[in-house]
Design a protein around this ligand. Structure first.
Ligand SMILES: NC(=O)c1ccc[n+]([C@@H]2O[C@H](COP(=O)([O-])OP(=O)(O)OC[C@H]3O[C@@H](n4cnc5c(N)ncnc54)[C@H](OP(=O)(O)O)[C@@H]3O)[C@@H](O)[C@H]2O)c1
Length: 275
């Protein structure tokens, strides 16, 4: 099982990344959590302007001693910056907060109604400027992606969406893959809002492999060609979530996990997000 997926412009993304939403209460907690993940072996860190933690996340990356080019860094453009027509300024602000001179991936965090195509044009301009290796989408449903692709000259590299066994999103995943867009799962463990990891189907499969339900869910993602960005503030759970490369789910087990789908969103439906 490859630990990276090739993106549509020859960059590649590690299949497991660290989610950082609410990873620390203080900047010091955030810094420590990102440093511990990098110590564990993570080379992919996901943040966003919204999380208000780009400063400690960037500091942890810079002070880790790991060469910059070995770490895949993602941040995201927030909707209010789209509405205020300050996309370029928002991008430069994120770079400054992170203390980095380039990003690996810049995402449109949520589609903003009426601005989908113009936002993507601004993202393409940022890409052409050369301070980001890839640009992509987040929370874009099929009809949003279609709107982006209508006038796009650069195909989005990634679409990051809520995705876990209770929200399989097979339609969006298949559509994205068909267009050369890599699907990425946020809240891959169902976040702290739903008791996904106690599901009997998952615990049964986990017992069989002497793994945890979290490891089974993450393995399910990567075997399906989906990148996952679990968040954990604990070094032990970060290590657990990263330790998924030594077992393989059968096709039947993948189907059993797929069949847990109940269309359950823990977050907002992308058609109804407001800023
Ligand atoms: N694009 C978007 O709109 C969007 C939206 C939401 C999230 N995201 C991104 O996706 C990332 C992940 O999503 P998330 O943070 O919502 O949820 P998640 O990663 O699905 O779940 C995090 C929760 O699971 C716990 N956990 C982690 N590993 C565990 C394990 N091995 N066993 C048991 N519990 C475990 C964590 O607690 P501990 O920390 O105590 O371990 C935390 O409560 C975010 O951090 C963020 O980077 C993006």
């Amino acid at each position: 099982m490859a630990k990276k997926i090739l993106l549509n412009n020859d960059a590649s993304v590690p299949v497991i990344g660290l989610g950082t939403y609410k990873i620390g209460i203080t900047d010091t907690d955030t810094y420590r959590a990102v440093r511990s993940a990098l110590d564990v072996g993570y080379r992919h860190i996901d943040t966003a302007t919204l999380y208000e933690n780009e400063v400690p996340v960037g500091k942890a990356i810079r002070e880790s001693g790991i060469p910059r080019e070995e770490i895949f860094v993602t941040t995201k453009l927030w909707g209010t910056d789209i509405l205020k027509d300050r996309i370029k300024e928002a991008f430069e602000g994120s770079l400054k907060n992170l203390g980095l001179d380039y990003l690996d991936l810049y995402l449109v965090h949520w589609p903003v109604k009426g601005k989908i195509s113009s936002t993507w044009k601004a993202m393409e301009d940022i890409y052409i400027d050369g301070k980001v290796r890839t640009i992509g989408l987040s929370n874009h449903l099929i009809h949003h992606v279609e709107e982006v692709l209508k006038d796009a000259t650069v195909t989005p590299a990634v679409n990051q969406m809520e995705l876990h066994p209770y929200l399989v999103q097979q339609g969006v995943v298949d559509f994205c893959k068909d267009k050369g867009i890599v699907p990425e799962a946020w809240s891959p463990l169902g976040s702290s809002k739903i008791p996904l990891l106690q599901d009997k189907v998952l615990t049964r499969i986990a017992d069989k492999y002497h793994k945890s339900s979290a490891q089974v869910v993450l393995r399910w993602n990567i075997q399906k060609g989906v990148v996952a960005i679990p968040k954990s503030s604990s070094k032990e759970r970060q290590a657990e979530n990263f330790n998924i490369f030594d077992f393989e789910l059968s096709d039947e087990e993948i189907r059993q996990i797929d069949s847990l789908d109940r269309g359950h969103r823990t977050g907002v439906h992308p058609d109804y997000i407001e800023f």
